[in-house]
Design a protein around this ligand. Structure first.
Ligand code: HEM
Length: 403
């Protein structure tokens, strides 16, 4: 839990590094030669993409007391000089009044967009692709070394019901929608780089349009599937002592014939379950924030809560910004949505592998819902006993005549 919290703080701090001017700590250079204005060093630093503490400019946005006096009718227009007004616009503190368009229309200059673009096209795309590619390579290596995990014992020819129709419906609603969302999401991120050079702009335009339509609308099926799966399976996914035995032998994944005792879900499956729930909720909430632009700002409020824990300060990132322009909120929501989606895709690739080619007999559980009894005994022995016990109980209840 603690580790997850630290990881989140790290990510948030990483994300905001380039997006929130003035957030990074910096030692103030000597600006006496420019009378306090920015120096060549400041400009070069910014061009190199290094963080610059802009407070020497962002704080000078119009102090009426230090403004030149109005000497005549043609003198200065009150307390704010032109450079100060431009700085206030630049740092989002100018008193802009608009008659329509909401708070986002009051932002006339928003330079965080460039850092967002650079992050989206750079580290996000690069590390995201590496994560997915790396996961596929690892799974292929695992398959080459370990091979398909077979049913060790003699098959019985008998089956046991593993998942009811409603459970399979919930699973495929979640799984099917996720696959569609993943493919259309990847197309949105990588289309410009990978697809346009192949098919050209004219062919890509309708593809991107259709893909966005699918992505926006299928998200509801995903959220419904997520709720169904959570309600149906949460009781079976509470951690217990058996999980320690599973961890001790690596789930038997790496050695033939090793089968740690498990109830309905083993520890590996619990990891998948909780991963899907936590990441699924996070990707859904940030997705909703993107679907209803500017109506669901999330980050300033989250940063405020994180600041209160003291963790960002502890890790040397200072206080996270709690005043974000509506556009900055959207930029952060987009990056967070994509990062969480990448992590979830990597997890799901591993899940799809083990639920299909990786393990003999596993797919039937979500296909027909009936699994080979020997498979069930090997992988979920305690669950088989529970099911039998329940059947015996029902049987005796029916057998005893009512008094
Ligand atoms: C598309 C290919 C997929 C296949 C072949 C597949 C296969 C399976 C199978 C066979 C099981 C039951 C395992 C058992 O009997 O113990 C299962 C369970 C589960 N699936 Fe999938 N699945 C797929 C996609 C997904 C996706 C995309 C998600 C979520 C976004 C998902 C979430 C889950 C969860 C939470 C469980 C219960 C925990 C577990 O068994 O790991 N599945 N899946």
């Amino acid at each position: 839990m603690k580790r997850t919290a630290l990881a989140i703080v790290f990510l948030l701090a990483f994300l905001t590094q380039g997006l929130a001017p003035g957030f990074a700590q910096d030692t103030a250079p000597d600006r006496s030669a420019t009378g306090g204005a920015q120096t060549l060093e400041d400009i070069l630093k910014r061009q190199r993409g290094e963080p610059v503490d802009d407070s020497f400019r962002s704080d000078k946005t119009g102090d009426p007391n230090s403004a030149a006096a109005m000497s005549s009718q043609l003198g200065t227009l009150g307390g704010v000089s032109d450079p100060e007004l431009w700085r206030a616009l630049r740092y989002g503190t100018a008193d802009v009044k608009v008659s329509a368009g909401g708070p986002q229309a009051r932002v006339l200059i928003q330079d965080g967009g460039m850092s967002w673009l650079a992050f989206r096209e750079g580290p996000l795309a690069t590390y995201g692709a590496l994560l997915l590619g790396g996961t596929i390579v690892l799974l292929a290596l695992f398959f080459l070394i370990r091979g398909r995990i077979r049913i060790d014992g003699e098959k019985t020819g008998l089956t046991i019901t593993r998942f009811k129709a409603i459970e399979r419906f919930g699973h495929w609603l979640l799984g099917g929608s996720f696959v569609l969302l993943a493919l259309t999401g990847l197309l949105t991120l990588f289309g410009r780089m990978a697809i346009i050079p192949l098919v050209g702009h004219d062919a890509f335009a309708p593809l991107a349009h259709f893909s966005k339509w699918i992505h926006n609308n299928v998200s509801w099926a995903f959220m419904l599937g997520l709720i169904m799966v959570f309600v149906m399976w949460v009781a079976h996914n509470i951690p217990n002592k058996l999980d320690l035995k599973w961890i001790a032998v690596g789930g038997g994944l790496f050695k033939k014939g090793v089968h740690p005792p498990a109830k309905k879900f083993n520890f590996g499956q619990k990891l998948v379950f909780w991963g899907v729930i936590v990441l699924g909720v996070s990707v859904s909430v940030s997705g909703l924030s993107l679907l209803f632009p500017f109506d669901m700002p999330l980050f300033a409020a989250t940063f405020e809560k994180l600041n209160a824990t003291g963790l960002p300060q502890l890790f040397g990132y200072g206080t996270l910004p709690t005043q974000l322009a509506p556009q900055e909120e959207m930029q952060l929501a987009q990056l967070w949505h994509a990062i969480v989606a990448f992590v979830m895709m990597a997890l799901i690739l591993a899940h799809i592998y083990i639920g299909s080619i990786g393990m003999e007999g596993a797919f039937d559980a979500m296909g027909s819902g009936e699994v080979e009894l020997q498979w069930a005994k090997e992988h979920h022995g305690l669950w088989v006993e529970e099911v039998r016990e329940e059947e015996r109980r029902k049987h005796t209840e029916h057998a005893v005549p009512a008094e």
